[in-house]
Design a protein around this ligand. Structure first.
Ligand code: PEP
Ligand code: MG
Length: 574
């Protein structure tokens, strides 16, 4: 009988926030149940353990919020970034957090109970306030403290996981949403949104409007009628919601949808979150406009490495500068506004050009490579660097310098850059500069580079070769590469920490970022940007979304233990 009722087609109406037609399965999004947490209390034996659970939840919440704030900035959504900046500030309010700690010590009860009682008290106090502006502040407070609760209960992933798994873009149905919920949803593929209760001028509504998905608000009773998996149609032109539509209704709305979607086509940006909601940027290593196009189709958020030498290799003479510039224009076109990282020619060793005479070297891997090769061939450097700098007129370009080992190389390159910029009257606002971190000397002298770069990218292929003195071309040295992981992770962690201190982006573009077995270890070591091979993007996406930050950090910890070991064994016995 209940099943029969559920299958009856029901029509409700509300207020359209975003027009358009959406047809899909419902996903019921629920907030935490404060009442049951308030009623669920028990005595605790170990106060310190309880306090450290609280601290972990605070730290995790801060990390999630910073990641959401950064996502807002990266996607040009200042409203979203501002909301999360305010949330981070709320978490810095030590009075509230101290009152929780004190209550745990005095009452000796589980911390989620104490936190939920405090939240309930705050909600109560706010309800009696008449001033509307002050009352709206409650939404932010609730948002932050509910997040603390979810992290305490370790259930953040429970809210996120079903959405991550939903292969057919669901229609989200919620009683009400908090600003951080909606920012999170933006990162998922959602076909439509129905909010039972929301003011059209609320934060949530304003943010929802910036999406391109059909959205209807103020639909009384919708959450009591809809179950997850019911089919729903949103008619965002007339403000109608149809639950369990009949076959003819679905067919007619499909026709309408096809008619409108062609007009409203928007290219979607993809966003990736770990299982517990930490934002990871997934970029691609791609060298041609065609490859870049396929990277974007496969969900790359940007191009983390264009090995520009591939445009040069196989030629018998210098490419025409205009041809090179056109090549970069095509690259920007394929990237469709996403950031592009063009690495300056990384020639030398196994990559040589027939029209440039380079004296033979005894150890070419340790010889004139990358930036050294370019300095040894000033004409080549000038022609090539000029084209790359000029390409900034087609879109923002991140220029990456390969094989840097000492700071003087960067200083000298910047002198050349200044000359070209002034000769060509290039607008420098679209240019950012970074280096490959692929030689151990750079890992251990990073602070001197930090003021001079906008970003870093770790090249683990060369970094492994030089750290383990194991020629990357030599197949017989596989054993050293296999054993390199713990040391490599230690180095990567220290680079990620330095980048955090200096507020610089750091990615990994070496092969290790294309291997699903190691990608989440990079995240555990503090990396938030991965640049992977195009054909590895799918596997890496799954890896990012399947692991929580805790899991990744614990796994890294185990690798680090292998090399940090027990120091006492080095002590000589007395
Ligand atoms: C690296 O060294 O890890 C890297 C990405 O650069 P390449 O493989 O081109 O040397
Ligand atoms: Mg390299």
């Amino acid at each position: 009988m209940a099943e029969a009722i559920r299958k009856v087609s029901i029509e409700l109406s509300g207020i359209t926030l975003n027009p358009g037609i959406a047809i899909g399965r419902a996903y019921r999004f629920k907030q935490i149940d404060l009442e049951s947490l308030k009623n669920n209390f028990f005595p605790i034996k170990d106060i310190n353990l309880e306090l450290s659970r609280l601290q972990r939840s605070i730290d995790k919440s801060k990390e999630q919020l910073s990641s959401l704030q950064k996502a807002g900035i990266d996607t040009g959504k200042k409203d979203i970034a501002d909301i999360f900046a305010a949330h981070i500030q709320l978490l810095q309010d030590t009075t509230f957090l101290q009152s929780i700690r004190d209550a745990v010590k005095i009452e000796r009860l589980n911390v989620e109970h104490i936190l939920s009682v405090k939240i309930g008290d705050i909600e109560q106090r706010f309800r009696s306030i008449e001033n509307e502006t002050v009352r709206t502040r409650l939404v932010d407070i609730q948002d932050v403290y509910y997040r603390l609760l979810r992290n305490l209960l370790e259930i953040e992933h429970v809210r996120i996981a079903p959405l991550l798994r939903a292969r057919l873009n669901p229609i989200l149905v919620a009683e009400h949403l908090l600003p951080s919920d909606i920012a999170l949803l933006e990162f998922r593929n959602i076909a439509g949104l129905i909010i039972e209760e929301a003011s059209a001028v609320s934060h949530v509504a304003i943010i929802a409007q910036s999406f391109s998905i059909p959205t209807i608000i103020n639909v009384p009773g919708v959450t009591s009628i809809v179950h997850s998996d019911n089919t729903i149609i949103i008619d965002g032109f007339s403000g109608k919601v149809i639950i369990n539509p009949t076959l003819p209704e679905t067919a007619s709305y499909k026709l309408k949808k096809n008619g409108t979607s062609k007009k409203n086509q928007v290219r979607k940006y993809h966003h990736y979150l770990t299982r517990d909601g930490i934002r990871i940027r997934l970029e691609a290593n791609a060298n041609t406009p065609q490859e870049i196009e396929s990277a974007i189709e496969n969900g790359a958020e940007g191009i983390g490495l264009v090995r520009s030498e591939f445009f040069y290799l196989g030629r018998s003479k210098y490419p025409d500068p205009q041809e090179e510039l056109n090549f970069y224009r095509e690259i920007h076109k394929s990237a469709a506004g996403r950031p592009v990282t063009i690495r300056l020619l990384d020639l030398g060793a196994d990559k040589s050009l027939p029209f440039i005479n380079v004296p033979a070297e005894t150890n070419p891997q340790l010889g004139l490579r990358g930036i050294r090769y370019l300095f040894a061939n000033p004409d080549l450097l000038d022609r090539h660097f000029r084209s790359v700098l000029k390409s900034s007129k087609y879109g923002p370009v991140r220029i990456m310098v390969p094989f840097v080992s000492i700071i003087q190389e960067l200083d000298y390159l910047y002198e050349i850059m200044e000359r070209i910029i002034s000769e060509e009257r290039i607008n420098r606002s679209g240019i950012s500069m970074g280096i490959m971190v692929e030689i151990p000397s750079v890992v251990w002298s990073l602070p001197q580079f930090m003021d001079k770069v906008d970003f870093l990218s770790i090249g683990t292929n060369d970094l492994t070769q030089f750290t383990f003195a194991a020629d990357r071309e030599n197949r017989k040295l596989e054993e050293f590469r296999r054993a390199s992981l713990p040391v490599l992770l230690k180095m990567i962690k220290s680079v990620a920490q330095a980048a955090l201190i200096y507020n610089k982006d750091v990615s990994v573009c070496g092969e290790i970022a294309s291997d699903p077995a190691t990608a989440s270890l990079l995240i555990g070591a503090g990396i938030r940007i991965l640049s992977a091979r195009v054909n590895a993007l799918d596997a890496i996406k799954k890896e990012i979304e399947s692991k929580s930050m805790d899991q990744a950090q614990v796994a890294v910890g185990k690798y680090l233990e292998m090399i940090n070991g027990n120091h006492s064994q080095y002590r000589r016995s007395a």
